[in-house]
Write a protein that binds this ligand. Structure first.
Ligand code: HEM
Length: 204
């Protein structure tokens, strides 16, 4: 195997990832702060709202870089899910993470020029980037311009439904981030992958 290096992360992807990571961390901290009662909140309510709006705009704009980057470059192909082994492949990877990895098993889906993500990682990236983040952006824009929101959906207030979707997706993305950071630390050394997403080069 040796220590081959592959250029996995083109510059536009690293720029998106950097803005997105910082933006989402600010969104999580200010989002949690806004849920606390005014007296006990971490950050003054108005400051939290303003920071949350600015970070939301940054994440939304940088999402366009991600979306069109994947649409128009070959990076998008890493996000395509194969029908064959739809369940078997991620389950095999989960087994490796939960058991095999600690018992000397070698990775079932080693990374290469053709495979940047293992099957489980790919599913998580697709769910987060093509469902959770778009939903949090759309519901966030709606809450920013509440006059856009349908007033009543059956007996429920449209604003409440939008707010629940927004918080639930925010919560999901927060959990994703914790898992993402843990999984990114698995490698040759814990810092290895973090260096890759900054330099673009990945060790295989
Ligand atoms: C401090 C925050 C973050 C750090 C340190 C971090 C770290 C990393 C690392 C090391 C990689 C490359 C290895 C890999 O593919 O797993 C990566 C890729 C990726 N990260 Fe993050 N991440 C952070 C935040 C986020 C957030 C908030 C999201 C999405 C909501 C995200 C989504 C992604 C995606 C989709 C990729 C794959 C990009 C591609 O190669 O096409 N990351 N991240």
């Amino acid at each position: 195997m040796g220590s081959n290096k592959i250029y996995f992360y083109p510059i536009w992807l690293r720029i998106w990832h950097g803005f997105n990571a910082i933006g989402i961390i600010v969104l999580i901290i200010t989002g949690i702060s806004m849920q606390a009662s005014i007296e006990s909140s971490l950050i003054a309510f108005n400051t939290a709202v303003n920071l949350h709006n600015v970070a939301g705009i940054i994440v939304s704009l940088s999402y366009l870089v991600f979306f069109f980057g994947n649409l128009f470059t070959k990076n998008g192909r890493y996000y395509l899910i194969k029908i064959s082994g739809f369940l078997k492949r991620p389950v095999k990877q989960a087994y490796y993470y939960a058991w095999g990895m600690f018992h000397g098993m070698s990775a079932p889906y080693p990374l290469s020029e053709k495979r940047k993500f293992n099957p489980l990682q790919k599913y998580f990236y697709v769910i987060v980037m093509y469902m959770a983040v778009p939903l949090v952006i759309v519901s966030g824009i709606a809450l920013f311009f509440p006059e856009l929101i349908i007033e009543k959906v059956f007996a429920f207030s449209g604003i409440s439904i939008t707010a629940v979707v927004h918080s639930a997706m925010g919560f999901f993305i927060s959990i994703f981030l914790v898992i993402h950071l843990y999984v990114a630390s698995i490698g040759k050394s814990p810092a290895e992958n973090f260096k890759s997403i900054i330099s673009g080069w990945h060790h295989v």
